[in-house]
Design a protein around this ligand. Structure first.
Ligand code: XMP
Length: 308
């Protein structure tokens, strides 16, 4: 069993041997896996690694600034604002699987355009052990990835044998900030799987604001480290409400806070009632488009953690 320091030395050496003087790219999301991988590979090959952070328009409040500030001086960091491209491709699409497919497809298109610019031969991926152990049968890594244009990138997966808690230890040892190392899981398609129905810039912004209130209140109550994920979902249900002496007709927002070990199953977290009430009051008073807040009380199974 290697210590975190020994693991880093060993991984850096292996990456040097694999990539040599070639160029590599990584899709950096700001989550712990891709962040740890980026810093490890940067230590091995320096600025021959380009870390590409794509804004698909479905990120959380403040996320672009937070990820940019964390990495702009640490990595050969490239920010790509592709939000218009994603939102245009998603216009009018309300089927959840279709939305996911479009987000995945546009992501690859954007990423490929960047890969070509940087003349990359290697794609660094933050694959961790549960990612491939759970896809039984695919025990051996595929060694390369063919992009739609025919460009082939060889894979480099420096943390493939680690579990999440081990990745966090490595992140701490690398000196990454706690906001990165202990960040709650956030799905690749971002708020796209937390807005039910077709996405618009307007409804994504409502979800983003509600999510920020949930996060602020859970963190202020000191519950954030005790739960697996906490977030807001914007439904496409509109409900009657009353604001002042006026009848109102606005969105229903759902607050979901779950406990889990590995996301395969999850149970609803019990929250102090004053925290629930503060979240509800803040969302309806600070976001004019919302009239009603509900609390999700379904475990996984039968529900999934995300809504789409
Ligand atoms: P579900 O909704 O399937 O989510 O219970 C299980 C865990 O996976 C996350 N999740 C995703 N992560 N890309 C990701 O990187 C995705 O498309 C995706 N969908 C769900 C979810 O946040 C939860 O932690």
């Amino acid at each position: 069993m290697l210590s975190p320091k020994e693991f880093i030395e060993d991984a850096v050496q292996k990456v040097k041997e694999q990539i040599g003087d070639e160029k590599a790219i990584i899709a950096l999301s700001g989550g712990v896996d891709s962040s740890v991988c980026s810093v490890l590979v940067q230590q091995a090959i320096g600025d021959n690694l380009t870390a590409i952070f794509v804004d698909h328009g479905l990120l959380r409040e403040g996320e672009v600034e937070q990820v940019t500030n964390t990495f702009k001086d640490r990595l050969n960091f490239k920010f790509v604002d592709a939000s218009d491209e994603f939102m245009d491709a998603l216009a009018g699409v309300d089927d959840p699987e279709e939305k996911r497919k479009i987000i995945g497809k546009v992501f690859i298109e954007v990423f490929e355009r960047e890969a070509i610019k940087y003349d990359a031969k290697y794609l660094v991926q933050g694959t961790i052990a549960p990612d491939w152990i759970e896809t039984k049968g695919e025990i051996k890594s595929h060694h390369n990835l063919a992009l739609p244009s025919g460009m082939v990138l060889e894979l480099c997966e420096p943390i493939r044998d680690l579990y999440k808690d081990e990745v966090r230890e490595i992140g701490d040892e690398l000196g990454l900030p706690a906001t990165t190392v202990y960040r709650q899981p956030f799905p690749g398609p971002g708020l796209g799987v937390r807005v039910v129905g077709a996405l618009t810039r307007e409804n994504v912004e409502v979800c983003r604001k509600a999510n920020k209130i949930v996060c602020d209140e859970i963190e202020a109550a000191g519950i954030d480290k005790d739960v697996w994920q906490y977030f807001a979902v914007l439904t496409d249900t509109k409900v009657t409400g009353v604001k002042g002496d006026q009848r109102d007709f606005g969105y229903l927002v759902i607050v979901r806070v779950v406990n889990s070990i590995d996301a395969m199953t999850a149970s609803v977290a019990e929250l102090p009632w004053d925290v629930v009430q503060t979240i509800s009051k803040r969302i309806t008073s600070e976001i004019s488009e919302v009239t009603h807040v509900a609390l999700s009380i379904s475990d996984k199974p039968p529900a999934t953690i995300e809504f789409c």
